[in-house]
Design a binder for this molecule. Sequence first.
Ligand SMILES: Cc1ncc(COP(=O)(O)O)c(C=O)c1O
Length: 456
Amino acid sequence: METPVTKPSSVLYASLAASPPRIESADGNYLFTDDGASIFDASGGAAVACIGHNNSRVKRAVANQLDKISYCFSPWFSTSAYENLAQYLTASTNGEMEKVFVVGSGAEAVEAALKMARQYYLELPEPQPQRCRFIARDRSYHGNTLGSLSLSGHKARRTPFEPLLSQQFSHVSPCYAYRGKKQGEGDDQYTSRLAQELEDEFQRVGPSKVCGFVAETVAGLTLGGVAATPGYLKAMKEVCDRHGALFILDEAGMGRTGTLHAWEQEGVVPHLQTVAKGLGAGYAAIGALMVHKDVVDVFSKGSKAFVHFQTYHGHPLACAAAYEVQQVIKDEDLVSNCHKMGEYLGRLLSKRLGSHHNVGDVRGRGLLWGVELVKDKATKTPFPAQDKIAPAIHAAGLSKFSISLIPGGGVADGTHGDVMVITPAYNINEADAQLIVEKAALAIEHVLGPARPSRL
Ligand SMILES: Cc1ncc(COP(=O)(O)O)c(C=O)c1O
């Protein structure tokens, strides 16, 4: 659907060589372009628009907030909007997370988490100023600011900026059973091997120097809907606990995986948690850092002040929008729908696409699904990155089948490996799921050809 640029736009598009479709309006699951096309939004943008577009409750809440207070500086003032959202979020964790710091994006939430982790060690009764390292995972993505990109293991996004990135960050293998598990290896053995790898990394960099280990609870857009093996996150937390380091989870979702917080399914509670995308569902630019009571305790007994602020942190309009989004999710029981419709969507995807000769893996949790595309199913050999398979499917989805899907790259080794990610709104029904699967399959077949018998 991209068209060659004819008259110059002042917008810096993703590509200077083509203009993206222009969206004039949106409603529910549909985006409407200026030339009259309607596109089914099976991606919610970047896994964001989780209650669909044009929600009247959220619009009203934002308008009401505009009538009250649209902006004040959070270090000096609080607002009911900020208080209500923070209260709702902490209560949703049964009080495990005790404080909330609202920012404008996922990357900003991650930046705040990194700084809070570092300051935590300065606030301890016996300060540990030597702690300044973080361990994250290969092929992870935590944002595009320099701190969050330093943390990210996504090679393609890091490479141009590598000289600017901090040397205090290192990476271990992701928990990615499809590619990481050895032949014949059970879940437990795989998990133990990854825990040992993390232990080895602590030892390599010096355990007393590590502030924390950071992971996406479910690897979302980069690996494409990869949930950890059972017990993995618990095992990682044990390694952190052994060395007095913080266990930090970066969760975009807010309900997408079938529980409001993805860690609820993992038997772990993080010291710090970041959330973004599903928090405001696209009605406002918002992310948040949630802080466990144990960390808050240390600050309370220490300087009592987090040395961090932003002009727009705790923005009242963003907080009001996000609060209402969360009430819609609760009132309409959408987290249960994520679980129920997620299982249905996954079954349909596997049935429709599982036997395709180029579909290596169909995996996901809740309404976060990934279809990994491979050149050779038996060997799991990826397509070369220069073939741009996922971007071609994304483009075909938009231009030929009127569906928005998320293309992912580099899943095999950071450079090669394609995945299509499907992250629809939490309120889809069975008919929507059927339509998504059929359109996604048609877009994949348009680029890779119809299914033919594979060697497997
Ligand atoms: C897990 C995770 N963390 C952080 C980010 C960065 O969020 P933002 O683009 O809002 O800065 C993303 C975005 O895709 C993400 O998926």
